[in-house]
Design a protein around this ligand. Structure first.
Ligand code: RTP
Ligand code: MG
Length: 137
């Protein structure tokens, strides 16, 4: 059964020219693009997107980072798209958790500047997609 997930190429990924690299990995896996937009992230959108992290020590730094430059927001669709993209992304810590061959394992060194976001469940995906693409059917 097909599902959707929200992917972000974060400001570090856009600045480093890794948008194409991320798209290649999504497409060659067989996942489909349902929406794609380059967006400047407002403080309001950032705080709604990362609401679950409000109160954590890294929260303000995370908001500063995600609003620091444009991001590419993508709705990705396909069988088990949520887990499949989490696998493409690799673990949150690019050195300790992300395997070589994953986006983070191949391109990142820092926990915060880890190139991509992927929704962590179908419930999070539905919430995040309605936040980033309110007009998507
Ligand atoms: P994401 O939401 O971006 O896909 O990443 P994730 O599920 O792998 O990790 P999550 O726990 O949701 O954390 C969200 C983002 O916050 C930054 N972070 N910094 N300094 C820290 O300890 C720390 N922990 C998390 C990362 O940018 C992480 O992707
Ligand atoms: Mg997360």
């Amino acid at each position: 059964m097909s599902e959707r997930t929200l992917v972000l190429v974060k400001p570090d990924g856009v600045a480093r020219g890794l948008v194409g690299e991320v798209l290649v990995r999504i497409e060659r896996r067989g996942l489909k693009l349902a929406a794609l937009e380059l967006k400047n992230v407002t403080e309001d959108l950032a705080s709604q997107h990362y609401a679950e992290h409000n109160g954590k020590p890294f929260y303000q730094s995370l908001l500063d980072f995600i609003t620091s430059g444009p991001v590419v927001a993508i709705v990705v669709e396909g069988p088990r798209a949520v887990s499949a993209f989490r696998q493409i992304a690799g673990g949150t810590d690019p050195v300790e958790k992300a395997a070589p061959g994953s986006v983070r394992g191949d391109f990142a060194l820092e926990v915060q500047e880890n190139i991509v976001h992927g929704s962590d469940s179908t419930e999070s995906a539905a919430r995040e997609i309605s936040l980033w693409f309110p007009d998507l059917p």
